[in-house]
Every structure is written in structure tokens, then in C-alpha cells.
Ligand binder design. Structure first.
Ligand code: C2E
Ligand code: MG
Ligand code: MG
Ligand code: MG
Length: 290
């Protein structure tokens, strides 16, 4: 492979690798103080009911505005935070901030009483024996009922250490918290394994949603996942809805909830009550943003 490159290419490639590694190390080194320096913030993407157009939940998504490197996506720094263990305090900070925002929305008359809050969990948090305690302490601190909180876990995270995950999830759910399986279809969990987990909602990964209406086979695959969720008595979110056609098909297949740029980009917390109020208005069907 290297031999086929023009002379000098390998050295450039090498330099790029070193630069990449240097950046990775800087990101890892800056991470512990990022939250206290207020470089981290949360945005919230609505999950919308196909039946009424009302807001089912708001999913918290973390953003890092690095003073030198600019915006760093969570897919880049969450894995680093996991590797260093930093995800434990960072994850608690995220849950604290999200619950604080949610408690604020609940005081706003435009915010629907039945809208929930969804927060992503990482595998280290799931394996942390102290997490259930952290969650109940933070719920109490902000006066939010456990039943209003959904925690999103991915198939991969759960399958990593299924026994430990099973114990934590069962404890959280016994306390009233809802559990959503995120990015469903991208892992390799068997039906038998899935059936054992205490779940409330399946979020069908964008990879399946993007196939809606493209051809009969890909639409049928999506429908198959939907049927599976019904068999397991779970509610279903289609994630990554971008086009009117995807929304129309997901709705006609009676998928419970939809989420995606086509309905709303992630919102700043101060914009959430107005979005929910508009969505709950007379014309209740989800309307795609232009
Ligand atoms: P996720 O939980 O599956 O979140 C969905 C991601 O897809 C978000 O990216 C969202 O902005 C993006 N998205 C939503 N609708 C669309 C669409 O219509 N089209 C496309 N192309 N993308 C869409 P984001 O915010 O970059 O987050 C990426 C992943 O990082 C998340 O995937 C989640 O696994 C992780 N993450 C984000 N915030 C947190 C957090 O607070 N804690 C943890 N542990 N993980 C987080
Ligand atoms: Mg998620
Ligand atoms: Mg997802
Ligand atoms: Mg996803």
C-alpha cells in the first residue's frame, strides 16, 4: 500500500497522524475542566408524537465549544471521556443541567405537562454502581418525578456487559425511570437477548429511516423492526426523519414517535417552550420545517 504512494506522501500522512494524535491528547487534557469553564452546553431535540403532533420528550445533546478548536462533536469527546473515567462526573453534570432546564420549562405555561426529558447514558455510567443513587438524588434536587425521565442506552453499551447493565437498568426502572434503546438495529443483539431487558421504547436508527420510501425492500425492513417492537410491547421512535416522505411513511405505518432535522433541529433550552406550544396548537399533525 505504502509503496504505491508517490514519494513523500507517506511522510505527509505521518505528519497528519501525529497532528491527529496531538489534537486527541489536547481534547482529552482539556476535557476535565471544560464543564466548569462553561464551554459545555446542552441543546434539546424534540421527539414528536405522530398521532397528535404534540411533544413526547426533549432529548438532551451535549455540545462543547472549545476556545481554540471550535465546536467538538460528542462522538469525538464522549469516547475519550469514557476512556479516562471523566464521563462519570461529566455525565452527572449533564443530567443535573438537563433536569434543571426541564424543571424551568415546567414552570412555563406553554410547556405541556406530559412532555418528558430524555438523557443519553454511556456504558461507563451504566456499569457504575453509584449511578442509580446519582439519578435519584438529582431528580429529588430538581423536584422532577422519575416517570418523566427517559434514559437512552444503546444496544452496544448494553451488550458490552449485559449482566451489569441488566442490574442497573432493572434498578432504574424499578425507581420509575423509563429506558429507551437508542440506535436500535446497529448492534448485534439477538431477539432473545433483547427480550430480557427492561425497556420502554425502541429508537430505530437513522440508517433504517433513511431507507423509507427508497425501495420496497428497505421500507419492509423498517416495517419489520416496527413489528418486532410491537411484539415486545414497546413504543417506537423513528430517528433521523429528514424528508416529508419519510415522515409520511413512518406515520402511515403507525410508528408512535418521530425525531429528526425535518421536524426540528436541536434547540437552545430557551426556545423549547415556544416550540412545544406551537406543536400542540390546532393543526396537530407534524409539519416539516422548510
Ligand atoms: P444519538 O443519541 O443517537 O443522537 C442523535 C444524533 O443524531 C444527534 O447528534 C443529533 O443531532 C443527530 N440527528 C438528529 N436528527 C438528525 C437528522 O435528521 N439527520 C442527521 N443526519 N442527524 C440527526 P449529536 O448531537 O452529534 O450526538 C451524537 C451522539 O453522541 C448521540 O447519538 C449520542 O450517542 C452521543 N451523545 C450526545 N449527547 C450525549 C450526552 O449528553 N451523553 C452521552 N453519553 N452521549 C451523548
Ligand atoms: Mg440518543
Ligand atoms: Mg439515537
Ligand atoms: Mg443515532
Amino acid at each position: 500500500e505504502a509503496k504505491r504512494r508517490a514519494p513523500g506522501t507517506l511522510r505527509v500522512f505521518d505528519a497528519e497522524m501525529r497532528e491527529e494524535e496531538r489534537l486527541r491528547m489536547q481534547v482529552a487534557a482539556d476535557l476535565p475542566r471544560a464543564a466548569e469553564r462553561a464551554e459545555m452546553r446542552l441543546v434539546y431535540q424534540p421527539i414528536v408524537r405522530t398521532r397528535s403532533g404534540g411533544t413526547e420528550s426533549l432529548e438532551a445533546l451535549v455540545r462543547w465549544d472549545h476556545p481554540e478548536l471550535g465546536s467538538i462533536p460528542p462522538d469525538r469527546f464522549i469516547p475519550l471521556a469514557e476512556a479516562s473515567g471523566q464521563i462519570i462526573p461529566l455525565g452527572a453534570w449533564i443530567l443535573d443541567r438537563a433536569l434543571e432546564a426541564y424543571a424551568g420549562w415546567r414552570r412555563d405555561p406553554r410547556f405541556p405537562r406530559d412532555a418528558a426529558l430524555s438523557v443519553n447514558l454511556s456504558r461507563r455510567q451504566l456499569a457504575d454502581p453509584g449511578f442509580c443513587r446519582t439519578a435519584s438524588t438529582l431528580l429529588a434536587k430538581h423536584g422532577v418525578p422519575a416517570s418523566r425521565l427517559h434514559l437512552e442506552v444503546t444496544e452496544r453499551e448494553v451488550m458490552d456487559e449485559p449482566e451489569a447493565a441488566l442490574r442497573t437498568l432493572a434498578k432504574l426502572r424499578a425507581g420509575g425511570i423509563r429506558i429507551d434503546l437508542d440506535d436500535f438495529g446497529t448492534g448485534q443483539s439477538s431477539l432473545a437477548a433483547l427480550h430480557r431487558f427492561p425497556l420502554d421504547v425502541l429508537k430505530i436508527d437513522r440508517a433504517f429511516v433513511s431507507g423509507l420510501g427508497v425501495d420496497a425492500t428497505r421500507t419492509a425492513v423498517f416495517r419489520g423492526v416496527l413489528d418486532l417492537a410491537r411484539t415486545l410491547r414497546l413504543e417506537v421512535v423513528a430517528e433521523g426523519i429528514e424528508t416529508p416522505l419519510q415522515l409520511e411513511i413512518a406515520t402511515s405505518l403507525r410508528c408512535d414517535f418521530v425525531q429528526g432535522f425535518g421536524l426540528s433541529r436541536p434547540l437552545r433550552p430557551e426556545d423549547v417552550p415556544a416550540f412545544c406550544h406551537a406543536a400542540a396548537g390546532g393543526l396537530n399533525r407534524p409539519r416539516l420545517a422548510a
